[in-house]
Design a protein around this ligand. Structure first.
Ligand SMILES: *[C@@H]1O[C@H](CO)[C@@H](O)[C@H](O)[C@H]1NC(C)=O
Ligand SMILES: *[C@@H]1O[C@H](CO)[C@@H](O)[C@H](O)[C@H]1NC(C)=O
Ligand SMILES: *[C@@H]1O[C@H](CO)[C@@H](O)[C@H](O)[C@H]1NC(C)=O
Ligand SMILES: *[C@@H]1O[C@H](CO)[C@@H](O)[C@H](O)[C@H]1NC(C)=O
Length: 307
């Protein structure tokens, strides 16, 4: 569990965003982690809209209308119930860096985090149940490097997220995640440079090869609706701070490639026709991502932007 001191420090720093010369906080107490890797973001199934009333009055920001605030960006395919039975994507785990622009610029001691995941019924919360898996990245300059290690997890909500056993991932690793109504699977191919934008192009030059690590979990997806699939970048709250999205790092860009969807009839599709959206959090500068479906639906791309 996270120590209250650590969380209080993170909260205090988040509330000072936008001050001209924020006072650097004291080094926070290190969170303790279990050997299997303690998740540090709070993956709720339906994150609540954040309230900025108290912080905005202190830092002089005007709270945005609720509909403009979104902790999620990416691309979403929506259809009738039982339309989707699986979703997959391959992506390089981005590096979490301190932004040099925007309200969180150069705040080297605050906690930055972002989550990249794919899932079934995993975005709108409309189904009441969702199955998803992803990787969270972290940066906090006051913590040891290993406490900033990315974490891979899966979640069949409303149950809590679970870290993949015997699976580790580092920034720069190429991972492939497949979520289906019967199994969740993650593979780590290591720091594999892709040739251009296409995995197929790479595979003509030897393929991805065998993964360094694979983790699979069997699930019974009976409670899922199968009415949406999403490739998502998310700004989650930290555990213990359920109403405050953590500061989003500069992650450069995430590219969900070789995206695949299986329809209820078994038909294979890609992200063609998916609706793109962006992370928008007024307290962190407004629009934080520029997401789109590119390459005829073969890829979902989200760039970190500073507007
Ligand atoms: C943050 O630091 C970088 C590098 O020193 C600098 O170029 C940039 O202007 C700084 N940003 C702000 C908002 O002060
Ligand atoms: C993880 O690895 C350890 C040591 O190799 C092994 O004992 C354990 O059964 C593994 N757990 C799973 C879930 O594979
Ligand atoms: C990248 O792919 C192109 C063709 O798809 C090939 O000509 C080129 O040699 C490849 N480069 C590397 C570094 O594999
Ligand atoms: C999945 O769960 C449902 C209801 O809980 C049950 O009826 C069904 O037999 C289960 N399927 C499998 C493959 O275990």
């Amino acid at each position: 569990m996270k120590s209250p001191t650590y969380l209080a420090t993170a909260a205090a720093v988040l509330f000072t965003l936008g001050l001209a010369t924020p006072t650097p906080p004291l080094a926070p107490k290190l969170p303790t982690r279990s050997s299997s890797g303690q998740l540090r973001l709070l993956h709720t199934s339906t994150p609540q809209a954040p309230s900025f009333r108290s912080s905005s009055s202190r830092i002089g920001l005007t709270a945005a209308p609720a509909e403009q605030e979104s902790t999620k960006g990416g691309a979403l395919l929506t259809s009738a119930a039982n339309s989707f039975t699986s979703i997959s994507a391959t992506f390089t785990v981005p590096q979490a860096k301190v932004p040099t622009r925007g309200p969180t610029a150069n705040q080297t001691l605050i906690h930055f985090a972002a989550s990249f995941h794919v899932g079934i019924d995993s975005v709108s919360g409309a189904c009441g149940s969702s199955l998803r898996a992803g990787v969270d990245i972290f940066h906090d300059g006051s913590l040891d490097d290993d406490l900033n290690d990315p974490q891979a997890w899966w979640q069949f909500s409303p149950a809590d997220p679970v870290g993949f056993a015997n699976f580790s991932v580092a920034e720069g690793d190429l991972v492939r995640i497949s979520v289906s109504v019967s199994e969740v699977k993650i593979e780590n191919f290591g720091p594999l440079a892709l040739n251009g934008t296409s995995l197929k192009c790479r595979s003509t030059n030897g393929g991805l090869g065998a993964p360094k690590q694979t983790a699979t979990v069997s699930v019974n997806g009976t409670g899922l609706c199968g009415q949406e699939v999403g490739w998502t970048v998310e700004d989650f709250p930290l555990a213990g701070l359920p109403n405050i999205p953590v500061a989003l790092p500069d992650f450069g860009s995430v590219r969900f490639r070789d995206v695949g969807v299986t329809g209820g009839d078994g038909e294979k599709k890609n992200a063609d026709g998916a609706v793109a959206s962006d992370v928008r959090l007024q307290a962190q500068g407004g629009r934080l991502t520029a997401c789109g479906v590119v390459d005829g639906g073969k890829e979902v791309k989200c760039d970190r932007v500073f507007e």
